[in-house]
Design a protein around this ligand. Structure first.
Ligand code: OAD
Length: 277
């Protein structure tokens, strides 16, 4: 077995041994809650628990493409609140950058649409935004891209004027939607290389801040070979973690667990420096 002990020390030792050269990460909304962005499913604080005011038939409808086509107002009401720009990367985001600077990051698979991985300085070729992001947008009818600055302005003004962005191509007027993956839409083409990376090019998989409930993303954790250790850093136990000998389950707030791990690695100062940047 690759780990001497299935705890923070065991992971740190494995990383320091030099045998763990490629680390892949799977991230979810829990990584960004410390930045002030709510997650989806935490009882009480999660987005889905706080959507009553939007009059949705059920919470997930706000991210469903067929619902959006008929009524884009609930989505834009939320977009206004979730729009990147006002949020700062967390300590956990700084850790991802640190892994990449130590040439240990194989790939950061994220479900998050907040672009905080990029903003933390993780190189673009080390990130797969499996659910897309708010970085670009286009018409859902003719697929024509829509201007970034104009989009930002309209999203920020939405709470006052309730004007939904529409395609500017002559005669189209289709609804404009950020390039985030809605339920009912395909994942981006980059996602298709994920199984190969997890199955053949990863020495350690770390899953952070996700309920592992949305597929196909969640299934990646199952594709990890038995010989490859998996670590879960999350408030609750999720997925099938704990079912394998080399599973490490670290329950708690991710920033705290990451700090502990970096202490074991002797990276604490470096981490803090990156985070404060
Ligand atoms: P969820 O809200 O489903 O799960 C977040 C997980 O992170 C929960 O298990 C929380 O307990 C945990 N968590 C919250 N704060 C944490 C912290 N500080 N430290 C550690 N853990 C913490 O969010 P996701 O799994 O990302 O899809 O949701 C998956 C997808 O469902 C999203 O990408 C989104 C949503 O519908 C689309 O919009 C397409």
């Amino acid at each position: 077995s690759a780990l001497e002990t299935t705890d923070v020390k065991g992971i740190a030792k494995y990383i320091k041994s030099g045998k763990c050269k490629k680390i892949s990460l799977m991230l979810g909304a829990g990584v960004s809650t410390a930045a002030g962005i709510p997650d989806f499913r935490s009882p009480g604080t999660g987005l889905y628990a706080n959507l009553a005011r939007l009059n949705l038939p059920y919470p997930e409808a706000v991210f469903e493409i067929n619902f959006f086509r008929n009524n884009p107002v609930p989505f834009y009401t939320l977009a206004h609140e979730l729009y990147p720009g006002k949020f700062r990367p967390t300590l956990t985001h700084a850790f991802i950058r640190l892994l990449s600077e130590h040439s240990l990051l194989r790939m950061c698979f994220t479900q998050n649409i907040d672009t905080l991985e990029r903003r933390a300085g993780v190189p673009a070729d080390k990130i797969i935004e499996a659910h897309g992001s708010f970085a670009t947008q286009r018409c859902i009818k003719c697929r024509t891209p829509f201007d970034d600055a104009k989009m930002k302005e309209m999203v920020l003004k939405f709470s006052e004027d309730k004007v939904v962005p529409r395609c500017e191509k002559k005669g189209c007027r289709g609804l404009v939607k950020p390039d985030i993956v809605f339920f009912g839409e395909a994942l981006p083409p980059e996602f298709s290389q994920s199984p190969k990376i997890i199955q053949r090019e990863t020495d350690l998989l770390i899953v952070i801040g996700t309920s592992l409930t949305v597929h196909p993303f969640a299934s990646l954790a199952l594709l990890c070979p038995d010989e490859c250790p998996r670590a879960l850093i999350n408030i609750d136990l999720v997925g099938d973690f704990g079912s394998r000998d080399d599973d490490v389950v670290l329950l708690g707030k991710c920033d705290e667990v990451i700090e502990e791990l970096c202490e074991e690695l002797g990276w604490k100062e470096e981490l803090m420096k990156l985070w404060e940047e």
